[in-house]
Design a protein around this ligand. Structure first.
Ligand SMILES: Nc1nc2c(ncn2[C@@H]2O[C@H](COP(=O)(O)OP(=O)(O)O)[C@@H](O)[C@H]2O)c(=O)[nH]1
Ligand SMILES: [Mg+2]
Length: 440
């Protein structure tokens, strides 16, 4: 248990019906006494006045006391629920400070929960993902991970890994004659099952990451091909100014839509052309910056002049491009290949196919068991685990090299432990929790 007692406002800023100040640490009960003038019993809500250090009433509200280890952080915890006004909450915080608490750092309550074994690191991280979730699907994925579903699968992989290690290492220790790993069907089954478990967890976690982060798509093309019209059509809103004057859009416009729960950040840009107008030149410069950072470019041409000044050669080669022919309503026949999507931003024709295409490009497939919220570091670790398992299996069946296989399995296990935080450096912990909001 950490020595000091921390306090923070736990509710969002702004006015609301209720605002909460949270306190955690050994002094919680004493602080409760100083603020409420009552001897609070664990887990019993008490409606009471809240007093400042001078004995003046700050507000009336509900005080809740949890005795550690049966609390969120595992320490003694106090929750003061007052009216949701920051003037009051600041006074409550000050009263807690005068009674011996210090201001909590971002994520410090959850960090303590992790340090006191109330949850593992992957669960702690999903607390933040749950708070940040912008769609119902992302929230469900975060809840699953918070409940430990992700961690349970990691534990399952750990156990299977351990079994494989024991198997290989004991074969090494006790075998009198050369072991024929290749003929050992039991071993092959173990590796196949292990590999499948890792693969499934990776798929569900990748879906979770997509649900949280989505993908960013920039709309690019010549002036007047209908880029802004397409943005408006996709968002269903009249955000961007549309005119028949080339060079209308100069600023970068960003909107977010979601397709079946997948967030897509759509960016409309100035049409790419050489211009004498310094404002438009700046618009084109900004457009190129956005294009360079996108996950995908929607390259728009118009149906009545599809080959006019192709810009394809100007677009960055490292970013995937989807070619879209717009203004399909203008020409009855459009020559295109199967890769090209044909739409009319004006009538809405083809927009559903475009949405479907975006979903496919993102690799967004709903796994039957549902997504699990995860971090990129988890994906990296799981991918490494997968590679080391593969290497172990290969060295067994191809070279009969038991020692190398055992070492590969050991390294796989180290990678796995990084996920749930068994052996995690303080730097990494600091980085993870500093991104939390204060009061969580
Ligand atoms: N007929 C037709 N006109 C369109 C379509 N999409 C856009 N336009 C027109 O093309 C012109 C340029 O549109 P805008 O969205 O401003 O193009 P941007 O410069 O690429 O952003 C406007 O007059 C739009 O009304 C379409 O699908 N069909
Ligand atoms: Mg425009």
């Amino acid at each position: 248990m950490s020595g000091d007692t921390i306090a923070a406002i736990a509710t969002a800023s702004g006015k609301g019906a209720i605002g909460i100040v949270k306190v955690s640490g050994a002094k919680s009960h004493e602080i409760a006494k100083l603020i409420t003038h009552q001897n609070l019993q664990p887990r019993q809500a008490r409606y009471t006045p809240f007093y400042n250090a001078e004995g003046q009433t700050i507000d009336h509200g509900v005080a809740l006391y949890f005795k550690g280890p049966d609390s969120y952080t595992g320490e003694d915890v106090l929750e003061l629920q007052s009216h949701g006004n920051h003037v009051l909450l600041d006074q409550l915080l000050e009263a807690a400070a005068k009674a011996g608490a210090r201001a909590a750092r971002p994520g410090e309550f959850t960090e303590r929960a992790f340090l006191n074994d109330k949850m593992d690191l992957a669960q702690a991280e999903s607390v933040s993902d749950l708070i940040e979730a912008s769609t119902a699907d992302a929230a469900s994925a975060a809840v699953r991970s918070l409940q430990g579903e992700f961690s349970n699968h990691v534990a399952d992989i750990r156990e299977q890994l351990l079994n494989c290690r024991v198997y290989v290492e004991s074969a090494l220790d006790f075998a009198e004659e050369e072991i024929d790993f290749l003929q050992d069907s039991d071993l092959a089954d173990r590796f196949a099952k292990l590999n499948e478990t890792v693969k499934q967890l990776l798929a569900r976690s990748q879906e979770g990451i997509l649900l949280r982060d989505g993908i960013s798509i920039v709309i690019a093309g010549l002036p007047n091909v209908g880029k802004s019209s397409l943005l408006n059509r996709l968002t269903g809103q009249d955000t961007a100014i549309v005119t028949d004057i080339a060079g209308t859009t100069r600023d970068v416009l960003k909107e977010e839509i979601n397709i079946d729960g997948l967030p897509i950040h759509i960016i409309d840009t100035a049409g790419l052309r050489n211009s004498d107008d310094p404002i438009e030149q700046e618009g084109v410069r900004r457009a190129r910056v956005q294009i360079d950072q996108a996950d995908r470019i929607l390259y728009i041409v118009q149906a009545d002049k599809p080959y006019e000044n192709s810009l394809l050669a100007e677009l960055p080669v490292h970013i995937p491009i989807s070619k879209v022919i717009n203004k399909a309503d203008l020409t009855p026949e459009i020559a295109s290949d199967s890769e090209t999507i044909i739409v009319s931003a004006k009538t809405g024709w083809g927009i559903d196919q475009l949405r479907e295409h975006l979903k496919q490009c993102a690799g967004f497939e709903k796994t039957p068991e549902g997504a699990l919220m995860a971090r990129r570091r988890h994906i990296t670790a799981l991918t490494n685990v997968q590679a080391h398992i593969h290497a172990a299996h290969q060295s067994l069946v191809k070279e009969g090299a038991g020692e190398i296989a055992a070492e590969e399995l050991r390294v796989a296990q180290v990678q796995l432990n990084l996920i749930t935080g068994e052996f995690t450096s303080d730097d990494l912990l600091g980085e993870i929790f500093s991104r939390f909001c204060i009061g969580k």
